[in-house]
Design a protein around this ligand. Structure first.
Ligand SMILES: O=P(O)(O)OC[C@H]1O[C@H](OP(=O)(O)OP(=O)(O)O)[C@H](O)[C@@H]1O
Ligand SMILES: Nc1nc2[nH]cnc2c(=O)[nH]1
Length: 183
């Protein structure tokens, strides 16, 4: 569904900035340092979790100055909604995983159900090792944890840096929480 320009502007005007673009870039720098320490000698296969992780992947990979390969994996459970449902698999690169050191990159760890299913899938497909990294982690309980976290924020519905609100705002410069009335 499309958002009309007036509604789009209203959502943006009511949203609260939780982290500026500069703070998000600093989070990406920290992630790059941690991932370099963990993976620089592993020739990892990086899996970008579509669609939200496109920004963190695009911003992080040029900060990783070592040998790696990039593929993607696609499981989603929000489908443009602000509350999660059943996981739907769109693409699982099973044949490429066996024996590889896998780095799973996602934009957010919220309930952790998406990441948990992806971890289970990569284990089932024979990954040699698994490292998980998320740009944002919500301060709440999760079904699994991530090895590397860029920034931790309160449990609100977020957009920006790859995270969408009704399929919009993935390009927002910063991390924003939508107002309760927009949720
Ligand atoms: O920890 P969870 O509660 O499982 O939520 C986290 C997942 O939710 C978002 O994906 P979404 O299903 O919205 O798809 P998208 O990447 O296309 O936005 C996000 O990209 C994570 O993959
Ligand atoms: N855009 C967005 N996607 C999510 N997936 C899980 N939590 C969130 C969130 O707060 N915002």
């Amino acid at each position: 569904m499309k958002l009309d320009p007036a509604s789009y502007a209203a959502v943006a005007s009511r949203a609260e900035c939780l982290a500026t673009a500069e703070e998000m870039e600093a989070a990406l720098d920290r992630m790059a340092t941690e991932l370099t320490a963990r993976l620089a000698d592993k020739d990892p296969l990086v899996l970008c979790v579509m669609t939200g992780a496109t920004i963190v992947t695009g911003q992080l990979l040029p900060r990783l100055d070592f040998q790696l390969r990039l593929d993607y994996i696609h499981a989603s459970r929000y489908q443009g909604q602000t509350r999660g449902g059943e996981i739907r698999w769109h693409y699982r690169p099973s044949a490429s995983i066996r024996g590889e050191h896998i780095l799973i990159l996602d934009d957010i760890l919220d309930e952790g159900l998406t990441l948990k299913q992806i971890i289970d899938a990569c284990r089932e497909d024979g990954a040699a090792s698994l490292t998980t990294a998320v740009l944002v982690e919500k301060e709440r309980e999760h079904a699994c944890s991530a090895d590397v976290v860029g920034i931790r924020v309160p449990d609100r519905y977020l957009y920006g840096y790859g995270l969408d609100y009704k399929n919009y705002f993935r390009n927002a410069r910063g991390l924003f929480a939508v107002a309760d009335c927009d949720r």
